[in-house]
Write a new protein. Sequence first.
Length: 451
Amino acid sequence: MDNPLRSPILKGLEEYQNKSKLRFHMPGHKGTLPEEFNALAENLYSFDVTELDDTDDLYYPVSFLAESLNDLKKDRKSKESFYLVNGSTVGILSSVMGLLDPGDKILIESGCHKSVHNAVKLGRLKKVVLEQPSHKKGFPLPASEEKIFEILEEDKDIKMVFLTRPNYYGYASDIEKLAAYCSERGIYTIIDEAHGSHFVYSSLFPKSAVESGCSISINSFHKTMPSFTQTAVLNIGSLNEEDIQRVRSMLLMLQTSSPSFLFIASLDLSFRYMQKYKEKFLSLKKMIDLFLRKLENNIHISAEMDSEKDFTRILLYPKGNVIDMLSYLEKNGIYAEMHDENTIVLISTILDEERDFNRLYNTIENYKRSPSISSPQNKIHDNIGLPFLECEGKELLEDIYIYPPGSLYLEKGTILEKKHLVELAKFRKQKIRLHKSVSKNDDLLYVNIDK
């Protein structure tokens, strides 16, 4: 690739591009350009325009954007839908902050995305945390409707329930009873449906949140559909006109005033593409089921077909070290979405082909375990933090998120115990990425040294 300006970003992307790669991660287009997107790809710069009399205005649409948004709400089965060019994050912030006032109570899951915690902070809200049960492999599962009902009966001041559905591992609980219960009591139900944008296209999936009766859902089209990274939609379900206006007003304050027509066109093409090829989910399920059956007697890795889970989210459980298996796959050009201590998570979409699953299976079959290599922790001090092992009993002065998926692990104000420090060190060894709100040095924590 020609790089006359010697851009380090182009160089890095080119190096990635030149690898023999197989993407089992977002974005949903998997690096493949669908034929239906050719016009957009061939005119990136000429289509990059601003709001003119001849174009349209995303926030005050009157022509082709109005037509597109009308088609979008039919696709989403919503009362109204909005294009988001700042990702699902801006949809989450706008929904929570638009509908709640400072001091209001919101029920959130312990494993929710960091944008929910940020909405709580920015909106000066009071959060009630819903603890989640765990899968046998240790990752979080959705809480039952009964548990949520119990909390809502105990605390009548809760004004919003915010849930992630499906979660990052593909599990989606039934929420129709919850939506009806909350609607009768004037409680908002907001669903982070970032990973479930494809639910509306097949009966193989659970009902979408809007179809289930919830107030609002937010979809990240780029996660499981062929749309550009950072593109999403906000869908209005059971809200009245006054509340819709509150959300819309907040969205106009938080989202960029210069929305990209390239992003918007990508969103528009994406849902039309899914409508056209939705029957591919049948063949995709057959390919995944076959792949999982072939793994049943594999000596290196296990997997399972779980009817409670979105089948497009593939969970692999290495029988040895997770990092060894992950590194082996990457050396063979196969990239996963995320991993934790026991599980490798793969995202599949209708852009995946049979040869992709054959290559994945054959690579796993040929696996030879190599010794684990863990990087030593540097014992370096700087002016904002201390090494992990010196932080026991001290107050944490930053939030720590596991990324991906972006869920909060430790909150600012936590008094650090030995178990926290041991687990953080384990995350480092397992190459689980941590995002910290203050310190950038992976070996240090920003703490109150006086406590």
